[in-house]
Design a protein around this ligand. Structure first.
Ligand code: SF4
Ligand code: SF4
Length: 258
């Protein structure tokens, strides 16, 4: 049976519409894919690039310039920390330039400060001042959103359990992607969270307040953006981009900073 003209036109129109719908569907999918990739790129955390944390000083340290002029390099703080069994303090060497021969906290993945607060009481020059624990300001811990399990669809919370200041320092964003931890500016920078993060190489880094001042806007924008990506974008971000690096970091044994 042949097609009459009206039926033929209907068929042509329907085929055309299906074609347009098919190609526009493809275009839409391609567009969505491109948007997801762009979003994932946009939301990759800048923190893995941070190799300079600054020299984190023992608790109670005066502002850096004053600290350097007051500290005699006697090593009393280092000695008491060693005697206490924490061994968190090292003496900066010639490679640290003007900061040479002054004490700093070592790699926090192995040697965080436990805030026992013995070192300020031993300092004979006042370079380290006695201070209440919550008022300590050695630096601030920043969670790498790209690496942290909590920000990538898993539940962990090891950092918050390790923190001696606990609830006052941690905020949590609850959502489909688990309990995403956020460390606020009440953090004193002791580094216990750095040590107890189960990710090899740690998804938390303590930076000095000076380094943080330079990063703060970018970091907060990153948190804000990451919280508001759609489920689709988030999926692409985690499984298309972050997961390989998380797994690679899990195997990382090399000490890449300081
Ligand atoms: S407060 Fe205690 S653990 Fe922290 S650096 Fe001083 S002596 Fe070491
Ligand atoms: S005890 Fe005081 S003066 Fe001595 S090295 Fe430590 S900070 Fe410097």
């Amino acid at each position: 049976m042949g097609l009459n003209r009206r039926t033929f036109l209907k068929v042509v129109a329907a085929a055309g519409a299906a074609g347009v719908a098919g190609s526009s569907g493809l275009l839409l999918r391609e567009d969505a894919r491109r948007r997801q990739a762009a979003a994932a790129e946009r939301h990759l955390s800048p923190l893995p690039e941070i190799t300079e944390t600054g020299l984190v000083r023992p608790p109670g340290a005066l502002p850096d310039r004053q600290f350097r002029s007051n500290c005699s390099g006697c090593g009393a703080c280092l000695n008491v920390c060693h005697t206490m069994g924490y061994d968190a303090i090292a003496m900066a060497g010639p490679r640290h330039g003007l900061q040479g021969a002054t004490p700093y906290i070592k790699d926090m993945r192995d040697f965080p400060c436990t805030l026992c607060m013995e070192c300020p009481s031993q300092c004979p020059t006042g370079a380290l001042q006695p201070v209440e624990k919550p008022e300590v300001k050695m630096g601030i811990a920043l969670i790498d959103l790209k690496l942290c399990f909590g920000w990538n669809g898993d539940v962990c919370l090891s950092c918050s359990k390790a923190c001696p200041l606990g609830a006052s320092v941690f905020d949590f964003y609850y959502g489909a992607w688990g309990n995403q931890p956020y460390i606020n500016e009440k953090c004193v920078g002791c580094g216990l969270c750095v040590k107890y993060c189960p990710l090899g190489g740690s998804a938390v880094k303590v930076v000095t307040t000076e380094v943080y001042a330079g990063l703060k806007d970018e970091y907060l924008a990153e948190v804000e953006q990451t919280l508001h990506v759609s489920g689709e974008e988030r999926y692409e971000m985690v499984y298309g981009h972050n997961l390989p690096e998380i797994m690679a970091r899990g195997r990382l044994v090399e000490r890449e900073y300081r």
